[in-house]
Structure formats: structure tokens, C-alpha cells
Design a protein around this ligand. Structure first.
Ligand code: GRF
Length: 207
């Protein structure tokens, strides 16, 4: 059984896709042992509570410094002893100590085809605004292992989504979520839970 902790910041639609995947058995051999948000009162915490999953908030606002928050976040994650940490719309930089403690055991969903439209400043709606500004015809989502860089870890899976003429950032975000994020993130978890992936020389190989 793969015990996972899901880190969230907002709406939690990716968290919901994982919850639903476990429910409908497209995600197997997996248990969500906790959901941790950096923001209080967000929908993702409600989604966890509704599903009977321990849901907590570790907010930077409650700590004197970023270092103190980082330590509190890592110790909260450690409390649940997860095999895998899933960043599902989590908008906080992962502390180096956590990346080291969970090497190749943290995954992230990013709403573009990395290496396009990623890195510092590319998160949430901003990613889609940049894609529309650049006029790309295809975008999508990427699920990857987290390393010390920003959106630079080994890529597990990607799925493309066509951009349409009258897309707004909001319309595009929704399409990328529905047609890419909510599919490849649960699938990556199922692959990891069933031992189908291996990281060799920073590349993910399907066994
Ligand atoms: C999603 O677009 C995700 O790719 C990005 O944050 C957005 C919100 O995700 N990281 P969610 O609805 O909170 O899962």
C-alpha cells in the first residue's frame, strides 16, 4: 500500500481527482494518509474532510521566519510517514531539507508542457496567460518528480491540450485541468503505487 500525503493551497481539484480515482479504483494500492494546506479555509481542506482524510493547515503566517515554517512543514509531513508526497496545486517552494529527505518521493503537477512556461513566476493562471500571449497552439500539463530546482525534476508524464481561438486564461486552465491534469496525476500515482516507474540518470523509465 502506498501511503501518500497531498500538499494543497487552494481549490483542490487535483486532490479531488486523486480521491475519486481511489474511489473508482483507477488508482489502486494507494491511501491518502493526510492533506496539508499552507492556506486556512480553502476548499481543498473541505474536500479532504468530506472524504474523511486528516486535513491540517501549516501556514507561513503562523511562523516568525521562512526557516521556522519550512521546519514545521517538514515535521508535519514526517508525522504521517508518507511513502510519497504529492504537490497538487501547492504554491510554496519545497524546502531543500524536504527534497533531500524525500528524494524521488515528491511529485508535482504543473499546468504546461515543461520546459515551456515553467520556473519562477509561472504558477496557476499566469502559466496560461503566458501561453496565450506567446500564441502557442498546443499546451498541456506535466507531472514530474521534485528536485532542488523549480519544475526541473525528472518528468513522469505529460499530456497535450489544443488551444482554441477564443480561449481566455480561465477557459484554457479549465480545459488543461479536465483533459490533462486530472488524468495524468492520478495515473502517475497509480504507476508509482504499483512499481511501474524507475528513475535512471534523472530520466523516468517505465519498467
Ligand atoms: C492547477 O492548475 C495546478 O496545475 C496548479 O494549481 C492549479 C490549482 O489546482 N499547480 P487545484 O485546483 O488546487 O488542484
Amino acid at each position: 500500500m502506498l501511503n501518500i500525503t497531498v500538499l494543497v493551497s487552494g481549490g483542490g481539484t487535483n486532490l479531488q481527482a486523486i480521491i475519486d480515482g481511489i474511489e473508482n479504483k483507477t488508482v489502486t494500492n494507494t491511501r491518502i494518509v493526510s492533506v496539508i494546506s499552507n492556506n486556512k479555509g480553502v476548499k481543498s481542506l473541505e474536500r479532504a474532510q468530506k472524504a474523511g482524510i486528516p486535513a491540517e493547515c501549516v501556514s507561513p503566517k503562523d511562523y516568525e521566519s521562512r526557516e521556522a515554517f519550512n521546519e514545521a512543514l517538514l515535521s508535519k509531513v514526517n508525522e504521517y510517514k508518507p511513502d510519497l508526497v504529492v504537490l497538487a496545486g501547492f504554491l510554496v517552494a519545497i524546502p531543500k531539507a524536504m527534497v533531500e529527505a524525500y528524494e524521488n518521493r515528491i511529485i508535482n503537477i504543473h499546468p504546461s508542457l515543461i520546459p515551456s512556461f515553467c520556473g519562477v513566476g509561472y504558477y496557476g493562471l499566469k502559466v496560461h496567460e503566458r501561453a496565450l500571449e506567446r500564441g502557442v497552439k498546443v499546451t498541456g500539463a506535466t507531472v514530474h518528480f521534485v528536485n532542488e530546482g523549480m519544475d526541473e525534476g525528472p518528468i513522469i508524464d505529460q499530456r497535450a491540450v489544443y488551444i482554441e481561438d477564443n480561449d481566455t486564461p480561465e477557459i484554457l486552465q479549465k480545459r488543461v485541468m479536465e483533459q490533462a491534469e486530472w488524468i495524468i496525476l492520478p495515473k502517475a500515482i497509480d504507476d508509482i503505487a504499483n512499481g511501474r516507474l524507475e528513475v535512471i540518470d534523472k530520466r523516468v523509465i517505465r519498467k
